[in-house]
Design a protein around this ligand. Structure first.
Ligand SMILES: [Zn+2]
Length: 239
Protein backbone atom coordinates (compact mmCIF):
# COMPACT_ATOMS: atom_id res chain seq x y z
CA UNK A 1 0.00 0.00 0.00
CA UNK A 2 1.29 3.43 -0.85
CA UNK A 3 1.56 5.82 2.04
CA UNK A 4 -0.07 9.23 1.85
CA UNK A 5 3.35 10.80 1.77
CA UNK A 6 4.25 8.60 -1.14
CA UNK A 7 1.09 9.41 -3.08
CA UNK A 8 1.30 13.12 -2.43
CA UNK A 9 4.95 13.35 -3.38
CA UNK A 10 4.43 11.38 -6.53
CA UNK A 11 1.53 13.47 -7.71
CA UNK A 12 3.47 16.65 -7.48
CA UNK A 13 7.00 15.60 -8.00
CA UNK A 14 9.27 18.57 -8.46
CA UNK A 15 11.91 16.51 -10.11
CA UNK A 16 11.52 16.91 -13.78
CA UNK A 17 14.16 15.91 -16.19
CA UNK A 18 13.79 17.19 -19.71
CA UNK A 19 13.30 14.31 -22.04
CA UNK A 20 14.16 14.79 -25.65
CA UNK A 21 12.07 11.81 -26.58
CA UNK A 22 9.10 12.64 -24.37
CA UNK A 23 5.99 10.67 -25.23
CA UNK A 24 3.36 12.77 -26.95
CA UNK A 25 -0.24 12.48 -25.97
CA UNK A 26 -3.40 13.88 -27.40
CA UNK A 27 -5.55 15.98 -25.13
CA UNK A 28 -9.29 16.26 -25.48
CA UNK A 29 -9.05 19.53 -27.36
CA UNK A 30 -6.74 18.01 -29.89
CA UNK A 31 -3.58 19.70 -28.74
CA UNK A 32 -0.47 17.77 -28.18
CA UNK A 33 1.67 18.22 -25.17
CA UNK A 34 4.76 16.62 -23.86
CA UNK A 35 5.08 14.95 -20.53
CA UNK A 36 8.23 16.26 -19.00
CA UNK A 37 7.85 14.53 -15.73
CA UNK A 38 10.28 11.73 -15.40
CA UNK A 39 11.32 9.65 -12.49
CA UNK A 40 14.61 10.73 -10.90
CA UNK A 41 15.56 7.11 -11.15
CA UNK A 42 16.37 6.72 -14.77
CA UNK A 43 17.43 3.12 -14.47
CA UNK A 44 17.87 3.03 -18.18
CA UNK A 45 20.05 0.20 -19.21
CA UNK A 46 22.63 2.50 -20.68
CA UNK A 47 23.23 5.17 -18.04
CA UNK A 48 26.95 5.61 -17.70
CA UNK A 49 28.74 5.98 -14.39
CA UNK A 50 29.43 9.61 -15.25
CA UNK A 51 25.73 10.26 -15.90
CA UNK A 52 24.80 8.60 -12.63
CA UNK A 53 27.40 10.66 -10.77
CA UNK A 54 25.69 13.79 -12.06
CA UNK A 55 22.19 12.51 -11.29
CA UNK A 56 22.85 12.10 -7.58
CA UNK A 57 23.93 15.70 -7.08
CA UNK A 58 21.51 18.24 -5.68
CA UNK A 59 20.03 20.34 -8.48
CA UNK A 60 19.94 24.07 -7.86
CA UNK A 61 16.90 25.36 -6.03
CA UNK A 62 15.96 21.96 -4.71
CA UNK A 63 15.71 21.50 -0.98
CA UNK A 64 18.22 18.99 0.32
CA UNK A 65 15.70 17.10 2.42
CA UNK A 66 13.16 17.00 -0.39
CA UNK A 67 15.88 15.50 -2.52
CA UNK A 68 16.59 12.80 0.07
CA UNK A 69 12.89 12.08 0.61
CA UNK A 70 12.27 11.82 -3.10
CA UNK A 71 15.08 9.30 -3.43
CA UNK A 72 13.85 7.20 -0.53
CA UNK A 73 10.54 6.91 -2.36
CA UNK A 74 11.99 6.29 -5.78
CA UNK A 75 14.59 3.71 -4.76
CA UNK A 76 12.10 1.94 -2.53
CA UNK A 77 9.45 1.84 -5.22
CA UNK A 78 11.81 0.86 -8.01
CA UNK A 79 13.51 -1.89 -6.05
CA UNK A 80 10.24 -3.43 -4.90
CA UNK A 81 8.68 -3.13 -8.36
CA UNK A 82 11.69 -5.01 -9.66
CA UNK A 83 11.30 -7.66 -6.98
CA UNK A 84 7.64 -8.07 -7.97
CA UNK A 85 8.29 -8.09 -11.68
CA UNK A 86 11.02 -10.69 -11.44
CA UNK A 87 8.81 -12.79 -9.17
CA UNK A 88 11.65 -13.08 -6.72
CA UNK A 89 9.31 -14.89 -4.34
CA UNK A 90 9.57 -17.93 -6.65
CA UNK A 91 13.28 -18.21 -5.94
CA UNK A 92 13.56 -16.45 -2.59
CA UNK A 93 11.54 -18.81 -0.43
CA UNK A 94 11.62 -19.80 3.22
CA UNK A 95 13.21 -23.03 2.09
CA UNK A 96 15.89 -21.56 -0.21
CA UNK A 97 16.68 -18.61 2.03
CA UNK A 98 16.07 -19.48 5.68
CA UNK A 99 18.08 -16.41 6.64
CA UNK A 100 18.73 -12.98 5.15
CA UNK A 101 22.22 -13.62 3.89
CA UNK A 102 24.18 -10.87 2.20
CA UNK A 103 27.26 -12.93 1.47
CA UNK A 104 28.95 -16.02 2.79
CA UNK A 105 29.91 -14.33 6.03
CA UNK A 106 27.00 -11.95 6.39
CA UNK A 107 23.61 -12.53 7.87
CA UNK A 108 21.24 -9.64 8.47
CA UNK A 109 18.87 -9.97 11.39
CA UNK A 110 15.67 -8.04 11.78
CA UNK A 111 15.52 -5.48 14.56
CA UNK A 112 12.72 -3.05 15.27
CA UNK A 113 12.38 -1.84 18.83
CA UNK A 114 9.07 -0.18 17.98
CA UNK A 115 7.51 -3.32 16.56
CA UNK A 116 4.28 -4.63 18.12
CA UNK A 117 6.02 -7.99 17.93
CA UNK A 118 8.34 -8.00 20.96
CA UNK A 119 10.41 -10.72 19.36
CA UNK A 120 11.93 -8.07 17.12
CA UNK A 121 13.00 -5.87 20.00
CA UNK A 122 16.21 -7.87 19.72
CA UNK A 123 18.02 -8.71 16.50
CA UNK A 124 16.26 -11.83 15.22
CA UNK A 125 17.15 -14.27 12.49
CA UNK A 126 14.31 -14.39 9.99
CA UNK A 127 14.03 -15.86 6.51
CA UNK A 128 14.93 -13.58 3.62
CA UNK A 129 11.36 -13.34 2.27
CA UNK A 130 10.13 -12.44 5.75
CA UNK A 131 12.91 -9.88 6.20
CA UNK A 132 11.99 -8.25 2.90
CA UNK A 133 8.30 -8.16 3.88
CA UNK A 134 9.07 -6.73 7.31
CA UNK A 135 11.28 -4.11 5.70
CA UNK A 136 8.55 -3.07 3.29
CA UNK A 137 6.01 -2.75 6.12
CA UNK A 138 8.52 -0.84 8.24
CA UNK A 139 9.29 1.64 5.46
CA UNK A 140 5.55 2.14 4.83
CA UNK A 141 5.07 2.87 8.52
CA UNK A 142 7.88 5.44 8.47
CA UNK A 143 6.53 7.13 5.35
CA UNK A 144 3.14 7.45 7.07
CA UNK A 145 4.62 8.81 10.27
CA UNK A 146 4.42 12.62 10.42
CA UNK A 147 7.19 12.55 13.04
CA UNK A 148 9.52 11.33 10.33
CA UNK A 149 8.10 12.41 6.98
CA UNK A 150 6.04 15.60 7.10
CA UNK A 151 2.58 14.96 5.72
CA UNK A 152 1.99 18.52 4.59
CA UNK A 153 4.11 20.47 2.20
CA UNK A 154 4.54 23.44 4.47
CA UNK A 155 5.77 21.39 7.40
CA UNK A 156 9.47 21.28 8.16
CA UNK A 157 11.25 17.96 8.21
CA UNK A 158 11.38 16.55 11.75
CA UNK A 159 14.59 15.68 13.58
CA UNK A 160 14.05 11.97 13.06
CA UNK A 161 14.05 12.41 9.31
CA UNK A 162 17.76 12.11 8.53
CA UNK A 163 18.56 9.18 10.87
CA UNK A 164 15.56 7.31 9.50
CA UNK A 165 16.63 7.97 5.93
CA UNK A 166 20.07 6.59 6.79
CA UNK A 167 18.48 3.46 8.21
CA UNK A 168 16.20 2.98 5.22
CA UNK A 169 19.13 3.19 2.82
CA UNK A 170 21.19 0.72 4.86
CA UNK A 171 18.33 -1.74 4.86
CA UNK A 172 17.52 -1.36 1.18
CA UNK A 173 21.19 -2.04 0.49
CA UNK A 174 20.81 -5.38 2.26
CA UNK A 175 18.09 -6.39 -0.17
CA UNK A 176 20.45 -5.70 -3.09
CA UNK A 177 23.18 -7.64 -1.27
CA UNK A 178 20.86 -10.58 -0.77
CA UNK A 179 19.65 -10.60 -4.37
CA UNK A 180 23.20 -10.51 -5.74
CA UNK A 181 24.44 -13.09 -3.31
CA UNK A 182 21.66 -15.64 -3.50
CA UNK A 183 19.72 -14.89 -6.66
CA UNK A 184 22.37 -13.72 -9.10
CA UNK A 185 21.92 -16.61 -11.50
CA UNK A 186 18.14 -16.35 -11.21
CA UNK A 187 18.15 -12.72 -12.34
CA UNK A 188 20.72 -13.47 -15.03
CA UNK A 189 18.42 -16.12 -16.44
CA UNK A 190 15.54 -13.66 -16.42
CA UNK A 191 17.63 -11.30 -18.51
CA UNK A 192 17.04 -8.32 -16.25
CA UNK A 193 20.41 -8.08 -14.57
CA UNK A 194 21.20 -4.90 -16.54
CA UNK A 195 18.17 -3.24 -14.99
CA UNK A 196 19.00 -4.11 -11.42
CA UNK A 197 22.68 -3.30 -12.00
CA UNK A 198 21.87 0.23 -13.07
CA UNK A 199 19.47 0.73 -10.19
CA UNK A 200 22.13 -0.54 -7.78
CA UNK A 201 24.87 1.66 -9.26
CA UNK A 202 22.62 4.70 -8.96
CA UNK A 203 21.69 3.67 -5.42
CA UNK A 204 25.24 3.26 -4.13
CA UNK A 205 26.48 6.44 -5.79
CA UNK A 206 23.63 8.27 -4.10
CA UNK A 207 24.59 6.83 -0.70
CA UNK A 208 28.19 7.97 -1.18
CA UNK A 209 27.23 11.45 -2.38
CA UNK A 210 24.95 11.92 0.63
CA UNK A 211 27.07 10.03 3.14
CA UNK A 212 24.26 7.62 4.01
CA UNK A 213 26.27 4.48 4.68
CA UNK A 214 29.40 3.44 6.55
CA UNK A 215 32.20 2.14 4.35
CA UNK A 216 32.07 -1.24 6.11
CA UNK A 217 28.48 -1.72 5.03
CA UNK A 218 29.53 -1.97 1.38
CA UNK A 219 31.75 -4.96 2.26
CA UNK A 220 29.26 -7.71 1.38
CA UNK A 221 28.91 -6.28 -2.13
CA UNK A 222 32.54 -5.39 -2.80
CA UNK A 223 32.84 -8.10 -5.48
CA UNK A 224 29.71 -6.88 -7.21
CA UNK A 225 30.82 -3.26 -6.95
CA UNK A 226 34.20 -4.12 -8.48
CA UNK A 227 32.45 -5.85 -11.35
CA UNK A 228 30.04 -2.99 -11.95
CA UNK A 229 32.42 -0.06 -11.52
CA UNK A 230 35.81 -1.56 -12.14
CA UNK A 231 38.09 -2.48 -9.28
CA UNK A 232 40.02 0.76 -9.01
CA UNK A 233 36.95 2.98 -8.97
CA UNK A 234 35.05 0.69 -6.57
CA UNK A 235 37.88 0.56 -4.05
CA UNK A 236 38.37 4.29 -4.14
CA UNK A 237 34.69 4.99 -3.68
CA UNK A 238 33.39 2.25 -1.42
CA UNK A 239 36.32 1.03 0.65
ZN1 LIG B 1 16.53 -15.12 -1.06
Amino acid sequence: MLSNFFKRKRQQSIFTVQQTTAPTTSTSNGHHHHHHRQSVIISGLSASIRELEQLVKLPSQVDEKDWLAQHVLEFYENLFLLIDSMKLNHDCTELNCPSMSGGDCYEYRWFDDESTNVQYHQPTTVSAPLYINLLSEWIDTKLDDPKVFPQQDDKAYPKKFKPTVVKIFSRLFRVFAHIYHRHGSYINNLGISAHINTLFKHFVLFTVEWDLMQKAEYGPCMNVLCKLFGEEYAKKKFQ
